[in-house]
Design a protein around this ligand. Structure first.
Ligand code: GTP
Ligand code: MG
Length: 335
């Protein structure tokens, strides 16, 4: 009888592929939005190069890593060699330069953890944050974008997970939950760990791309067009993967002892990283290794309270994916 009841109220998991893909489709930014972003960057480039001819502007974060939803702000990095000038001075100067053009709300945030200039372009309506010389972020943006080209299920899964995290308010680092960057790494790692694997580990392969930034050596295989059928032996659908992702983080992850590592494409121990105890403000309650800055735990923002919130949300989502008759609505119900 139990079985029949289940059968009646809950359909097959694969019935949810179409609605999940529809949600994914509705979140993708339209081409014209991408064009407008490029226009704004071109305007900024022109203004900046007048003052600093040797400088360069890079897009990073979700506007460039292919995990950006429609209407996001854009993240820009100004690469500049001004050895004798403090970052906060450069920020002030940059704000000055941009202020004089017809951009709106130009603000210099010199005392933030990462000093930035914030502005809004009234023509395109796009807001943007500009930071200085944060080139590691530019490189990890490329890594994420390269992973996205290997199997379309990564981008689908990450959009859905980011959408869930925003709806459930667990994408707020200032409240101790995880950044979008951390969620995308969790998705990549999850797909590396499927059997058969859906994604390879690019950093364990032959090096075709390498740079050293801020003394960090970044190297990996970036000829991803050669890997476009890597995941063909795994036929899991998007609905199965969403369910599997939440199931893993709700019931299978060993929070006490392990670290997820995209760099190695495996799970490693907290002990080998010496992340077993709290050091300063780093508590290591959920451990996500940055692929390049390997001493950097993206879970460091999570505290005693927010780890509970986070795990309860993983459990709620796992339960919804397992039993709810309408997971595509219930999953994203506003918190
Ligand atoms: P949304 O703006 O939420 O769509 O996502 P995003 O991809 O722009 O992510 P986020 O704002 O979290 O981070 C912007 C970029 O900063 C990331 O893509 C990384 O390249 C870089 N980054 C590097 N280290 C960190 C870190 O410790 N935390 C965060 N948040 N970002 C980092
Ligand atoms: Mg961003």
């Amino acid at each position: 009888r139990m079985y029949r009841r289940q059968m009646m109220c809950r359909r097959d998991i694969d019935d949810f592929n179409v609605p999940f893909l529809a949600i994914y489709g509705s979140l993708i930014p339209p081409e014209e939005e991408k064009l407008k972003q490029k226009q704004l960057v071109a305007i900024l480039e022109k203004l900046v190069s007048k003052e600093w001819p040797a400088s360069k502007l890079y897009l990073y974060g979700s506007c460039a890593n292919s995990f950006g939803v429609s209407k996001s702000d854009i993240d820009v990095c100004l690469a500049i060699e001004e050895a004798d000038m403090e970052k906060s001075k450069i920020i002030m100067k940059l704000a000055d330069i941009l202020q004089s053009d017809n951009l709106q709300n130009v603000q210099a945030l010199t005392r933030a953890r990462v000093p930035i200039v914030k502005l809004m372009d009234p023509v395109t309506g796009i807001s943007c944050d500009i930071c200085i010389n944060n080139l590691l972020a530019v490189v990890n943006t490329k890594l994420l974008r390269d992973y996205a080209h290997i199997d379309p299920r990564l981008r689908q899964l990450a959009f859905i997970i980011k959408h869930w995290a925003k709806s459930r308010r667990v994408n707020e680092t200032y409240h101790g939950t995880l950044s979008s960057y951390a969620y995308v790494l969790m998705c990549i790692h999850f797909l590396q760990m499927r059997r058969p694997a859906i994604l390879p580990c690019l950093q364990e392969m032959e090096t075709t791309y390498s740079v050293t930034v801020d003394d960090v050596h970044c190297a990996y295989f970036d000829q991803v067009e050669k890997l476009c059928d890597f995941g063909r032996h795994n036929k899991e659908s998007i609905a199965q993967l969403v369910r599997g992702f939440f199931h893993y983080w709700a019931y299978c992850h060993d929070y006490a002892n392990t670290v997820i590592s995209v760099r190695t494409g495996s799970i490693i121990s907290k002990r080998e990283k010496d992340w077993t105890r709290r050091i300063g403000n780093d508590r290591h309650l959920i451990c996500i290794e940055d692929p390049f800055e390997i001493s950097h735990d993206l879970g460091r923002v999570v505290d005693k309270h927010s780890i509970k919130v986070l795990r309860e949300e993983f459990e709620r989502a796992a339960e919804v994916m397992q039993n709810d008759p309408n997971p595509c609505i219930k999953l994203f119900e506003p918190y």
